[in-house]
Design a protein around this ligand. Structure first.
Ligand code: ADP
Ligand code: CIR
Length: 357
């Protein structure tokens, strides 16, 4: 492994206590010496340990969150730490996530968020899903990952209509194709050091791949950070079309025989605690050079519960004043509310950019 799975819990803890630069992660905030003692010898039904959950945040003390769940059971076994991180990230005081509500697609009260077509480059909405009988990357074997890939592929092959597509495993895909698909924002790669430290790239590229339809408006990532990521995207700002397509896909895949990990009060479970609940991230790539240059940009985003990222994904930089703006909260609200939160945020961003113009 490229990561040091041998670093002992005490070595990891020591690094968290003596970070090379100031550490402000949720891990640092919530892992107290008392919790370390309480949780240090616990082990999940998948064989996950505290080390597996905190390795990335201890090795990368510049993490924002710093915690990954070793497996679905970690959300129970390490709840004293994970619950605190989850509440803090999603800004909720109780973990009582509502039942899924994708909304009434026939009655959506929004369409194109940028009819002028001047600001929004593209729109994307994704959700994550985990097979409930498998662990997450820190505890997965190569064989597990290959088995999961096969199950996912079988379910994907049943999709039809607009969602019909093909599965392309990463093993065997040329480097040029991978590079092009990544630059075009369709494919993932193995360049996230946070995910790497969490064990996310073990046995890379075995068991990973991407499914997409002919016009690449519906895509599925297999064994990237999560077991599955369903993605709907297209050029321009038509959130209604993008979201309606994703809802179709969620409904089809929920009834395809796969069984997804869920927990009362937490919704759908994902590798990173920032993603669980609805697991939904709705984003636009949007040209906002003026707003982004103001000192209040971060505060503006916080006010609307939106998050700004660079255009090649989390932890990347903006290019030419184009930012990725998305909903920040995924837990404690329904899917349709998360979409509405993003819509309101994007509308406010557009209004502010115009006001500054
Ligand atoms: P996620 O966790 O949602 O999958 P990342 O921030 O890692 O997010 O982004 C994944 C990929 O999706 C990146 O290549 C990013 O550029 C692309 N992406 C995200 N939002 C959009 C969007 N609105 N339009 C086009 N590409 C997008
Ligand atoms: C971190 O802690 O910074 C990384 N492990 C990534 C966490 C995901 N962050 C997010 O905002 N969704």
């Amino acid at each position: 492994d490229e990561i040091c799975r041998d670093a002992s819990l005490d070595q990891l803890w020591d690094r968290l206590c003596n970070p090379p630069t100031k550490c402000c992660s949720l891990l640092k905030r919530h892992l107290t010496p008392e919790l370390l003692v309480l949780l240090r010898d616990r082990i999940t039904e998948f064989g996950g340990r505290l080390e597996d959950c905190i390795r990335s945040g201890c090795e990368n003390t510049d993490s924002g969150v710093g915690v990954y769940a070793s497996d679905p059971d970690a959300y129970t076994v390490f709840a004293p730490l994970l619950d605190a991180v989850i509440k803090d990230y999603h800004k909720v005081s109780e973990l009582n996530h509502p039942n899924p509500d994708l909304g009434d697609i026939a009655k959506l009260d929004f369409g194109d968020l940028d009819p002028s077509g001047n600001l929004i480059v593209s729109t994307r909405v994704r959700v994550g899903r985990s097979h409930d009988s498998y662990g997450f990357p820190p505890v997965l074997t190569k064989e597990d990952r290959v088995e999961m890939e096969k199950k996912s592929q079988e379910a994907l092959n049943k999709l039809d209509g607009e969602l019909k597509g093909s599965y392309y495993p990463l093993s065997g895909m040329s480097k040029e194709t991978q590079k092009q698909l990544t630059e075009d924002h369709f494919l993932f790669n193995d360049s996230d050091r946070f995910l790497r430290a969490a064990g996310g790239y073990r046995d890379w590229p075995t068991g990973r791949g991407i499914y997409f339809n002919d016009n690449k408006t519906f895509l599925v990532w297999v064994n990237e950070e999560d077991h599955l990521r369903f993605i709907s995207m297209q050029k321009g700002g038509n959130l209604k079309e993008v979201y309606a397509r994703l809802v179709k896909a969620i409904r089809a895949l929920e009834s395809s025989g796969l069984s997804f990990a869920k927990r009362e009060g937490l919704g759908y479970l994902t590798f990173c605690p920032s993603n669980l609940g609805t697991t939904l991230r709705a984003s636009v790539h949007i040209k906002i050079p003026k707003l982004a240059a103001t000192p209040d940009f971060k505060a503006f985003c916080d006010k609307y519960n939106i998050q700004a990222r660079g255009i090649h994904g989390e932890h990347t930089e903006s290019v030419g004043g184009v930012y990725d703006i998305s909903n920040k909260r995924r837990l404690g609200l329904t899917e349709i509310s998360a979409i509405q939160e993003m819509r309101r945020g994007v509308e406010a961003v557009i209004a502010e950019e115009k006001r500054l113009g």
